[in-house]
Design a binder for this molecule. Sequence first.
Ligand code: WQD
Length: 340
Amino acid sequence: MAKILVTGGMGFIGSHTVVELVNAGYEPVIVDNLVNSHPKILEQLTRILGFKPAFYQLDLCDEHAVRSLSVAEPDIEGIIHFAAFKAVGESVQLPLKYYHNNFSSMLNLLEAYYGKPLNFVFSSSCTVYGQPDHLPVNENAPVKPAQSPYGNTKQIAEEILQDMIASGSNYKVVSLRYFNPVGAHDSALIGELPIGVPQNLVPFITQTAIGKREKITVFGDDYNTPDGSCIRDYIHVVDLAKAHVAALKLMEKPDYSGYDVFNIGTGNGTSVLEVIHAFERATNEKLNYQIGPRRGGDVEQVWGDVTKSTEKLHWKAELGIDEMMSSAWAWEKYLFENPL
Ligand code: WQD
C-alpha cells in the first residue's frame, strides 16, 4: 500500500483528505504541529477509519525534525503538503510570520526528501488570480499581484516548485488551486474548526445559527453583482479531498512528468446572500444577518473554469451547495453537543 505523507493532515482539508486516501487504498502518514488543529481530530479520524493513522507531531520549520522524519519514513511515495498559515487578514498584520512559516516548512520538506522520485501535491489557492479579468478564470489566466502576504506565499511557492522541476529534480508536482472549501464529512465527526472568531463565511453562518454569534454581517451589498454581494466558487471539502487522490493518480501515470496546476472548484459562482439563503433552505434555520460595509481586500467575484481538471485530472465536484450547508450544520451541531 503506497505511503503518503500528509502535512497539515489534522487540519480541515488535510483530515478529509486522509479519509479519502484510505478510501482509495493509500496509507496516510500525518505530520502536523497542531497549531491550527485539535489533538482530538486523531480520535475522530480513528472512529471514521476504524484504525489509528500514523501521526507525527512536529513543526516542519524545524529542519532537524524534518530530516529525522525522512529517516523514520524513507519509503513514502508521495507528499500532500497542506501545512501553512492561511488567514488572509492575519498575514497582513504578521507578514514575516507567514513568509517564514510557509516557505521554511515547504523548503525543509523538499530538501529532506530531495533525490527520491516522489509525487508532490501542493495546496495552492485561487487567491493567486486576484480579481480575474475574465470569468470563469482558467489556469492560464495571469497571476495578479497578490492581495495579501498569504496569497503571495502561494504564488511564490508555485514558482519555487516550478524552478525545482526546471532544475531537473525527479519530483513530480501538481499544484491544486482551491476555491472556497466548505462543508464537512457526512459522519459529522470532522469539519472546519476555526480558532476564535471565524474569519470565513460558512463557519460564521453555522456559529450564528447555533447561537455562538449574535448575527452575521454581509460585507457589502453594493458590488457589481446581481444581488450586490460578493461571488465565490464554494466547493464541498470532500470533493476537494478527492481531487488530491486524483492528483496522485495522475502523477503515478508513466507519461506524467514535471509540473502542472489545476483549478479545484465547482465552476459555479454563488453570492454571499445566496449562500445565506441556501443555508436557511437546507437546514430550515432562520439566520440573523445584517448588511455591513465591504471588507478590505475582498475580491468582488471569482469562480473557476474547471475544464482542465475534468479532462486531465479526471475529477469533477459532485456535491452541491445544499450538501455543503447541511453537512456544515451537522458538524456545528456535533461540536455543540461534543465540545472538543
Ligand atoms: C467569502 C465571502 C466575504 C465572512 C479566503 C482566502 C482563501 C481561502 C478561503 C484559505 C467574502 C464574505 C465572510 C463574513 C461575509 N483561505 N463574508 N461575512 O475571503 O473568499 O477566501 O478564505 O485557504 O484563500 O482568500 O473566504 O469565507 O472569508 O469570504 O460577508 O462574516 O464571504 O466578504 O465575500 P475568501 P471568506
